[in-house]
Design a protein around this ligand. Structure first.
Ligand SMILES: Cc1cc2nc3c(=O)[nH]c(=O)nc-3n(C[C@H](O)[C@H](O)[C@H](O)COP(=O)(O)O)c2cc1C
Length: 387
């Protein structure tokens, strides 16, 4: 999670007292974890990794990043339509909010979204275990732990990127989540999304020791946002741009830990780059590029699956049954169409498309007819081929 907006405060305010005080409640897992090496030592591969379920290789190849305020259920339904083969991630939800909050809203998910992972925030193993079990019972296909968010408020709660400095605690969390999910009879992976390090960390060995610790605890997959997080002095937005990307660390991790699923994230902006990274890692995760230019997500999914690309207009029209069902259920059009504004990015009529939808969708009674009008501004259907 990078920007923590106001309507998400429940997720952050719902932190447990132990999260807030910075105490772990679960020391009992320690015995099952591999020791964490000093940062300057290269650790050997974990000798006895805890076996856990994994996604199949095809599912891992393309995913859409968790993005607070963006990847809600409407967004994910749209992304599923664009990319039937992609793994989708929710926004981050704090474990305590999952346990105590309004689950209908926080865990909203449409059946078409599968496979979809719930991203959790937190650092209390017992709470995370409980939240992971709830998520699995709710039907999520994976539970992911956020170790990458640098925001001040998240740091204050002792979760997100600052956990990169606490590999033993993260391993406790992962082990507790794996155990609880399995004990409840669910076979879903527990995974971690992390950075390369924090602040001026510059040792690959420290990064790999972190990954080894979470893998030994049962994480089957790591998503590497391939830059450091600066915990002081940079706002979250800058933390997605300023620290330099180091894709070579993720490539090296995959070479040295071939049994671990390694997904690469950060700055992947076009098909050529994604396909090139896939020669080195198991999967690529796209965030901003997929959101701002959704047709890129579609083209990439087609390139990986061999499916024939569909036009932007055809893809939008395919959203109609979902949009009309949501309108009938009382959802305002603006909550859905805000996610499609980039569909005609850099295309003829793209600006008008965006304008018609942004201006009109806030009006009471806005319905599918507005979408048709926006589409007409792009020349659809006469320009269907170009769309
Ligand atoms: C608006 C926004 C919200 C984000 N929220 C989250 C989040 O909830 N959890 C998380 O792990 N990362 C979050 N991120 C970071 C992205 O998942 C991703 O790691 C980052 O944007 C780099 O990938 P990209 O260059 O493909 O965008 C967010 C990013 C953006 C732009």
């Amino acid at each position: 999670m990078e920007e923590v907006a106001l309507d998400t405060t429940i997720r952050l305010h719902a932190m447990s007292p132990s999260d807030q005080a910075g105490h772990s409640t679960c020391a009992c897992r320690r015995a099952k974890m591999a020791p964490v090496a000093p940062p300057d030592l290269l650790m050997p591969a974990p000798a006895t990794p805890v076996p856990g379920p994994s996604h199949d290789a095809a599912t891992l190849r393309l995913s859409v990043a968790p993005m607070m305020d963006w990847t809600d259920t409407h967004c994910r339904v749209f992304h599923r339509l664009l990319a039937p083969g992609a793994l989708l991630y929710t926004e981050m939800v704090h474990a305590n909010a999952v346990i105590l909050g309004d689950r209908t809203r926080l865990l909203a998910m449409d059946p078409v979204e599968h496979p979809v992972a719930l991203q959790l925030g937190g650092s209390d193993p017992a709470l995370l275990a409980q939240a992971a079990t709830i998520a699995a019972g709710h039907g999520f296909d994976e539970v992911n732990l956020n170790c990458g968010c640098p925001s001040d408020r998240v740091q204050a709660g002792r979760f997100g990127a600052c956990l990169m400095r606490e590999p033993a605690l993260v391993a406790d969390c992962v082990a507790a989540m794996c155990e609880a999910v399995a004990a409840a009879g669910h076979a879903i992976p527990v995974t971690v999304k992390c950075r390369l390090g924090v602040d001026d960390d510059a040792e690959y060995s420290r990064f790999r020791a972190f990954v080894d610790a979470v893998a030994s605890a049962g994480a089957t997959q790591v998503i590497v946002h391939a830059r450091n997080a600066w915990l002081k002095g940079l706002i979250p937005k800058e933390n997605r741009e300023v620290p330099p990307l180091r894709y070579d660390w993720a490539y090296r991790l995959k070479r040295e830990r071939p049994d671990l699923d390694v997904l690469l994230n950060g700055g992947i902006a076009d098909e050529a780059a994604a396909l090139q990274h896939l020669q080195h890692v198991d999967g690529v995760m796209l965030g901003r590029a997929a959101y701002h230019d959704p047709h890129l997500l579609h083209r990439l999914d087609c390139a990986l699956s061999g499916r024939a690309p569909r036009t932007r207009g055809a893809l939008l029209v395919a959203m109609r049954p979902y949009v009309e069902a949501q309108l009938a259920a009382g959802v305002a059009l603006k909550h859905i169409v805000r996610h499609v504004l980039g569909l005609f990015q850099s295309q003829p009529g793209g600006r008008q498309f965006r304008q018609v939808l942004s201006e009109g969708s806030h009006r009471p009674g806005a319905d599918w007819e507005l979408v048709e009008r926006a589409l007409a501004a792009t020349g659809w259907p006469s320009a269907a081929g170009a769309g």
